[in-house]
Write a protein that binds this ligand. Structure first.
Ligand code: C2E
Ligand code: CA
Ligand code: CA
Length: 698
């Protein structure tokens, strides 16, 4: 039967529809098919071949082909579902895994419908197949993500933005808080964040970025058992189940917090006494200045230094020194109010800030109390120690409003307390500051002087009147200051001893003097023994003996040409250790003289133990030896002592003939003093030695 025009139109329309379906199938990755249940013949749409991964040209579509490609586990199920559908007439959607010709696995969902004829016999099965592989992959990913989320140790919460109620909590959150998830889901964030206020939330909401970024905050969570812990939280704004929510990822940082606290404590506290250290003290002082400025309050800063603590440390050892410091810290704490700051700056230096002072009278009261408390005997093991302290006081705002100045001024005042005989307190005044400035200036220019060796060595001869010759000479340092000219040692040696620079200075002097001596020897002159002043710091320097022997070796200087002068008072400060060190020097062949003898309260017991060659009678006795009966008697006694110990004796500072006479009459034959010669620069000394030689040669 030929096609009518209408037929042709219908056909065209039908073809167009088929094309559209094809496109739709391909877009949705869905295919359609049918199975004739009578003939068992199947028809597949183009997309079916695509989904099954089979070639349309070579494949005869059939149920068997489909079954053949199903994974084993799904095959029987598929057949059962089909049989079920045919008998019941109802077909559910069926999910299965299909392996295509290339071996690739695909997740498919099949939906089918059974068509019956008029006799209610099932004749056709029609249906669709959808490729849900990608969807399935996503679902699996989401599943594993949610498992991870649920089970991670970290706490995860989702809260509704409007009500701040929990919509989701993971196991980590439940475990951390001790609530069940049901309990938490009936709560809001204020129930577990006891310190959170509505204002905080308002601020957080404003600050939480809406994109991928998160807001990071630290909070404190309260558990069901009311205990608390620190949490570090990341907050994200997201849409969850069509609701505006916040996701909070929380980590318990209690341990870190503790660690941070401990580290901070270590950094700001002294390990020995647990008192605030220098850094924290500076910090507190700066804070106090700010608040005192605001509230117009006054405070005082006490700088406390133990007297002669070094001796305890040196003679009894550091362990006992440490015990003493701990005890002192306790006593200081007891002497002040709880609100006052007490710190240990280092060594035996403590500071106290007496805050909010209304009555000035409180300051001396507390100082006296501190001095009293420290003075009580301290028992450490078998030792009972008696320690005193010196306190310097600076006042805010009277002395300064600057933290560093307040500390410096109290420190300066403390030194004045020491100079005033220790065991006392002193207020700072501006005069002290001027002195301190001068000292600081001298300190820094001394350092330059050492670098540039701005020192000259003068020599003062020592005469033996019996022999009528120069037996030796004392090297005396002078500082050739670039602007101030020649500075005598009295003006810089005490500071150099205090800041330790004396060690460097004396090494310069030692090398210069030895070199000069060698030159004289080489020129055929006889300078005798070289007397060098030896500072205690030098003697105590670990490498002193090594430096000395090396210098002598390098310069070919013989040890028996050298005599070291140590002052009596320095030796008596720490006689036991001095004896040890001087013995080592003496064993090298170096002579030892006690300088300024008569001023240092030597005990005879120690004197006998010291490896001495010579006593030098102090100038102060020589000065009045004729006019003062007492001084005359002392000088006589010193000479007798020297003779009995079999030591040489020399009088220094001899200026007048009558002094010389007195000394000679009393059997002191060695002299050093202006009467004979002043300390001379090397050139002058060369001339003197030359003259002496010429005289002797004649
Ligand atoms: P000192 O060791 O007692 O030295 C003797 C001081 O008395 C020297 O003072 C000397 O110039 C001075 N003198 C000598 N004869 C007379 C005199 O007849 N009458 C008077 N009034 N004085 C006299 P100088 O050179 O000013 O040294 C002072 C102190 O500085 C020294 O006292 C010593 O303790 C120290 N000193 C000097 N040079 C050095 C050095 O190189 N190293 C160290 N560590 N100390 C030094
Ligand atoms: Ca001397
Ligand atoms: Ca002297």
């Amino acid at each position: 039967m030929p096609f009518t025009q209408v037929d042709t139109l219908l056909l065209e329309e039908y073809k167009a529809k088929i094309e559209t379906y094809k496109h739709l199938e391909s877009i949705a990755n869905i295919s359609s098919w049918e199975v004739d249940l009578i003939t068992n013949k199947s028809i597949w749409s183009d997309q079916s071949y695509e989904i099954y991964g089979l070639d349309k040209e070579t494949t005869q579509p059939s149920l068997d082909i489909f079954y053949k490609h199903l994974v084993k586990e799904d095959l029987q199920r598929a057949k059962d579902v089909l049989a079920d559908a045919i008998t019941s007439g109802k077909a559910d959607s069926f999910e299965c895994t299909f392996q295509d010709e290339q071996g690739q696995l695909k997740n498919l969902v099949l939906n089918a419908k059974v068509i019956f004829d008029e006799d209610n016999t099932p004749v056709k099965l029609i249906g669709t197949t959808q490729d849900i592989t990608t969807l399935k992959q996503l679902e699996n990913k989401a599943k594993s993500l949610s498992t991870i989320m649920q089970n991670t140790q970290n706490e995860i919460y989702i809260i509704e933005a409007s009500s701040l109620k929990y919509l989701y909590v993971n196991n980590g959150a439940c475990e951390a808080l001790g609530y069940t998830s049901d309990e938490l889901l009936s709560m809001n964030i204020f129930d577990i964040n006891p310190y959170l206020t509505k204002e905080h939330v308002f601020e957080f909401k404003k600050a939480t970025p809406s994109d991928d970024d998160s807001l990071v905050i630290r909070t404190i969570h309260k558990r069901k058992d009311a205990s608390e812990y620190h949490v570090h939280s990341h907050i994200h704004k997201i849409n969850y189940q069509d609701t505006a929510t916040y996701v909070i990822f929380g980590t318990d940082v209690t341990i870190q917090k503790e660690l941070e606290k401990r580290l901070e404590h270590q950094a700001t506290h002294d390990a020995l006494t647990s008192l605030p250290n220098r850094f924290l003290f500076h910090d507190r002082l700066a804070q106090l200045i700010k608040t005192s400025q605001r509230d117009s309050q006054k405070f005082a800063l006490l700088f406390i230094d133990l007297d002669k603590f070094k001796i305890i440390n040196d003679s009894l050892g550091h362990a006992i020194g440490d015990e003493v410091l701990r005890e002192i810290a306790l006593r200081l704490r007891k002497s002040i109010r709880g609100s006052d700051t007490l710190a240990r700056l280092g060594g035996d230096e403590f500071t106290v800030i007496l805050g909010n002072i209304k009555e000035n009278a409180i300051i001396p009261k507390i100082c006296k109390k501190i001095i009293f408390e420290i003075k009580k005997p301290i028992v450490v093991g078998e030792h009972t120690l008696h320690i005193s302290s010196s306190i310097g006081i600076s006042k805010y705002p009277k002395d300064s409003c600057v933290d560093a100045e307040l500390i410096q001024y109290a420190d300066v005042a403390m030194y004045h307390a020491k100079e005033d005989g220790r065991d006392t307190y002193k207020y700072f005044n501006q005069m002290m500051s001027q002195e301190a400035n001068e000292k600081a200036l001298l300190d820094s220019s001394l350092r330059v002087a050492i670098k540039e060796e701005q020192f000259e060595v003068y020599f003062q001869p020592q005469y033996n009147l019996c022999k009528g010759c120069v037996t030796g000479m004392e090297a005396l340092v002078r500082w050739q200051h670039p602007t101030r000219g020649l500075i005598p040692p009295a003006e810089f040696i005490p500071i150099a001893e205090e800041n330790g620079l004396i060690v460097e200075i004396d090494r310069i002097v030692m090398r210069r003097a030895m070199k000069q001596f060698l030159e004289w020897h080489q020129a055929g002159l006889n300078p005798g023994i070289l007397a060098l002043n030896l500072a205690m710091k030098q003697l105590n320097a670990d490498d002193f003996i090594e430096v000395l022997t090396r210098t002598m070796f390098e310069l070919d200087f013989q040890s028996q040409w050298l005599e070291l002068e140590v002052t009596e008072s320095q030796v008596m400060k720490n006689p036991e250790s001095s004896i040890k060190k001087l013995k080592r020097l003496s064993s090298l062949g170096v002579g030892i003289a006690i300088d300024d003898f008569g001023t240092g309260y030597s005990s005879l017991a120690y004197l006998k133990k010291l490896p001495l060659n010579k006593l030098k009678i102090d100038q102060s006795f020589v000065k009045d030896v004729v006019t003062s009966e007492e001084d005359g008697a002392i000088v006589k006694a010193i000479i007798a002592l020297a003779k009995s110990l079999n030591l040489n004796i020399i009088a220094e500072g001899v200026e007048e003939e009558c002094q010389k006479q007195f000394l000679q009459t009393n059997h002191c034959d060695n002299f050093q003093g202006y009467l004979f010669a002043k300390p001379l620069p090397p050139q002058k000394m060369t001339e003197t030695l030359q003259e002496l030689k010429d005289k002797n040669d004649v």
